[in-house]
Design a protein around this ligand. Structure first.
Ligand code: EPU
Length: 345
């Protein structure tokens, strides 16, 4: 164990490991590339605060100092399995692979199901944690199972998708019990060998209104074009994607709000609930393209739901998020919930 304690690096700068570019320092950090490392480390972690399991760092608000051990998942691997039902193909991908590279690879192999999820920043292992979704598709629709290492019971588990409690931007991995304990090691997707376009997202449907797509490749390209046209590029404007969830409210409440705000943008969730566009609320509250006092943190001028960080600290980001929440609540009486995971220092 001594040998392993030594393999933790101390005071590691995570500026480049989080897309909001928060200047965070990890007191104890280890890059994990081998399954054996997880097995060996579990016992050592028992006396320490709950670890932070770091993937692509694209859905995180770090704190300036991280007192807990940071396990950075960097394992690699992509494998087509042989046990898939006819017409489908099962692919097992290591948690440390880049999500978009996986999407491109599967589409190039003639497998469809992932094309609507192109260009989502982050790692494969993070996909089930918040059930990533975009352009009319959520990962739960093509997820078969995940392989996890349970740091508490020191055992490997294969968990079927049904056991993960996946919902809109949520999963069992976020629960108090699983967070920092269940480490996603690989993800198995079940993809289709034939292509069925999913074009329910209006702007995507519009692209193919006169000429339906014949290949997943075409949908992937259209999704990439739409994303590039409205979502700020993290390399230029550091961000964590949507900073708030779209609030889901009872339909009667949405109807009452619409009386007051006839242009309110909402989408049905089921027979009783609707999802309000948080970006619309923020824009109408006058915050699209607005910045904090020292001009470090603001709301994107192209998608108000995305917070941009130009040199601010974790506190600057959280202060601005609170200001957005306050203004939206004051204007509409609606409570916004922060979407990325916020780490307390
Ligand atoms: N809107 C505005 N002003 C804005 C932004 C949006 O009025 O500044 C309105 C739009 O006009 C549109 C509606 O809000 O009518 C919805 O906007 P959009 O289609 O851009 O999607 P979103 O609800 O803002 C969600 C996801 C995105 C995902 C897109 C596309 C959440 C929290 N966000 O955004 O996911 O890419 O749909 O499916 O559900 C992410 O999670 O990081 C992310 C980018």
């Amino acid at each position: 164990m001594n040998q392993l304690s030594l393999s933790f690096e101390s005071n590691v700068d995570l500026f480049d490991a989080n897309t909001l570019r928060i200047p965070a320092k990890a007191e104890q950090y280890i890059a994990i590339t081998e399954a054996k490392q997880l097995e060996a480390i579990a016992n050592h972690l028992k006396d320490l605060p709950k670890p932070l399991i770091l993937g692509g760092g694209s859905n995180l608000v770090l704190s300036d100092r991280l007192p807990m051990p940071v396990l950075h998942l960097k394992n690699k691997g992509f494998e087509q399995l042989s046990d898939a039902p006819s017409g489908t193909s099962r692919v097992r991908i290591a948690a440390g692979e880049v999500w978009h590279d996986t999407v491109s690879k599967c589409v190039a192999l003639g497998l469809s199901g992932l094309e609507n999820l192109a260009l989502i920043p982050g790692s494969v292992g993070a996909a089930p944690i918040q059930n990533i979704g975009a352009y009319g598709v959520e990962v739960r629709e093509i997820l078969h199972s995940v392989e996890v290492y349970d740091l508490q019971n020191e055992q490997w588990l294969h968990l079927p998708v049904e056991s993960l409690e996946l919902g809109y931007r949520r999963s069992r991995f976020q629960s108090e019990d699983w967070n920092g304990r269940m480490v996603v090691w690989s993800v198995t997707l079940e993809l289709s060998r034939s292509f069925t376009p999913r074009l329910s997202y209006p702007a995507l449907g519009a692209v193919f209104a006169n000429k339906p797509p014949k290949k997943a490749q075409e949908v992937m390209q259209a999704v990439m074009n739409i994303r590039k046209s409205k979502l700020p590029d993290v390399a230029v404007e550091p961000n964590a994607g949507s900073f708030f969830k779209n609030p889901v409210l009872p339909s009667e409440l949405v109807a009452a709000l619409r009386q007051q705000f006839p242009d309110l943008v909402s989408f049905p969730v089921d027979d009783h609930q609707e999802k309000i566009a948080a970006g619309w609320l923020i824009e109408q509250a006058g915050l699209k393209g607005a910045w904090n006092q020292n001009k470090t943190v603001g709301c994107s001028a192209s998608q108000a739901l995305v917070l941009i960080n130009h040199g601010g600290s974790a506190q600057d980001v959280l202060d601005w998020a609170l200001e957005v929440k306050r203004k939206v609540h004051q204007t509409f009486g609606v409570e916004l919930a922060i979407e990325p995971v916020c780490i307390k220092g």
